[in-house]
Write a protein that binds this ligand. Structure first.
Ligand SMILES: C[S@@+](CC[C@H](N)C(=O)[O-])C[C@H]1O[C@@H](n2cnc3c(N)ncnc32)[C@H](O)[C@@H]1O
Length: 226
């Protein structure tokens, strides 16, 4: 699978990568995902001490990768409920975070799964979570949104419409991919910058969002971008 516009940030030092992955494995317990008991993710809790990671790296950002988000959660459920949507296809999980969507795609029968994220910690978490779930994912730190369409059949986008500027560049990128014949699925809890007029609703689920009480649910949809 050819992914253009590969970019790196952060250390490529293998010892550092190993240290971070040992930290995640040792301090973020592997827990099943609500509604998807087949997928386990390393998830941050009160005892995880993520501050220790932040203290050793001035570039440490918001640890979005330490949780699943409701957009990714519903998209993962959709792929597992309807494996025909992904089986036999080459898939990109754009903005992978923990890797939840890519893991579901691999479990549902995708021939190859690639995951990208601008946060190098998300890439390390995705690699670790892929191993935890016994699936293969090629994960790389990259911002593909400024570049050409990647050589894949399907792009899965879990919860990427939470900021105006990000949404604008993701939509422009998805438009280029669509023109190139790439199919696009989006999972999102109706966030502010979701391009609703471009979407066809495929499924809707009641789920709890990251940071919310598990008993408090909201609607999140899976959409085709057209
Ligand atoms: C809200 S989280 C969603 C993570 C995951 N898809 C999920 O649904 O659980 C958004 C993720 O997108 C990543 N991200 C933000 N801008 C990006 C970009 N331009 N390219 C790739 N990833 C990006 C963030 O680092 C973060 O991991």
């Amino acid at each position: 699978m050819r992914i253009p516009a590969r970019q790196h940030r952060g250390s490529d030092d293998p010892a550092d990568r190993d240290w971070v992955q040992r930290f995640i494995a040792g301090n973020l317990p592997a827990l099943p995902v609500p509604g998807i008991p087949d997928i386990y993710l390393h998830r941050a809790g009160p005892q995880s001490g993520l501050r220790r990671l932040a203290q050793r790296d001035p570039e440490f950002g918001s640890p979005y990768w330490a949780h699943y988000w409701s957009g990714g959660l519903v998209l993962a459920r959709y792929l597992l409920d309807r494996p025909e949507s992904v089986a036999g296809r080459q898939v990109l999980d754009l903005g992978a975070g923990s890797g939840i969507v890519g893991i579901a795609a691999a479990k549902a029968g995708a021939t190859k799964v690639c995951a990208t994220d601008i946060d190098p910690y998300a890439i390390l978490a995705t690699e670790l979570n892929a191993r935890l779930n016994n699936v293969m994912i090629e994960a790389m730190p990259a911002d593909l949104t400024k570049g050409e369409p990647p050589d894949v059949d399907l792009i899965c986008v879990g919860d990427l419409f939470y900021e105006a500027a990000l949404a604008e560049s993701v939509i422009a990128f998805l438009d280029r991919c669509l023109a190139h014949g790439v199919a696009i699925l989006i999972g999102d809890p109706w966030r502010t910058y979701l391009p609703k007029s471009r979407l066809r609703l495929l499924a809707e689920y009641a789920v709890s969002d990251f940071g919310e009480d598990a008993a408090r649910t909201q609607s999140a949809g899976v959409f085709a971008f057209e």
